[in-house]
Design a protein around this ligand. Sequence first.
Ligand SMILES: [Zn+2]
Ligand SMILES: [Zn+2]
Length: 259
Amino acid sequence: MSKIGVTVLASGSNGNCAVVHSGSQAIMVDCGISLRTLRRRLKEEAVDESWIKAILITHEHADHIQGARVAAQHFGVPIYATARCAEVLRARFEFGMMNLIAACNDFPLSGFNVRAFPVPHDAVDTVGYVFTRESTKIGLATDLGQTNPMANFQLRDCNTLVLESNYDVNMLASSKRPWPLKTRILGPSGHLSNADSAKFLPEVVTRNTRNVILAHISGDCNTYDIAERTAHESLRGMSRNDVFLTYGRRDAPIPTVWC
Ligand SMILES: [Zn+2]
Ligand SMILES: [Zn+2]
């Protein structure tokens, strides 16, 4: 079996895009960056464009979809979204035909078993994704206002987990952001803080977990360093210093993480 890789090409409020790949088959999750940036970053991380077979959408926020239509056209691949998300993408963003998926209904795609699952976030129908192939499991949840039993159930026991670690509570509180935006981010349908994420890790990290990739790290209410340190402390508390910990970046792709 070919090795399975996760390449985070962009992560954060100005654009999100990740690729799960094995051999010559790749599935993209979200495309919130321009085609030009996407192509450059794919090349930088040696992910061949011809591998891409589909683009899966998590929700309709611009940082996840703004490059998806053009990228799908360029690569000649279908976009997959839940029915309600697809409706918004068609009505507001002029997306064309899409393959409709339903949360918690697994489907086969490019050698993976794919499952979308609902997460609490203030978009129309936000989902996270789980990819399985033989004994390998990869989970992605990049925008979730809070963890819940569903997220716990779906994300537990991943070999590679991509998990939001959006903000540091103190930095958010003292930021210049308007109060309504602060309450939105802090609320149950906003984003996951470093502390939330660190608290969640012991619930989902198992002996099969090899990699944790922190995602959607805020540029003004967090730092890569604080997010990483907080997650490190959590893993250390579980005596799991063997887990490889890294984070997706806003300004650059990160090297492929192999499962
Ligand atoms: Zn987002
Ligand atoms: Zn969002």
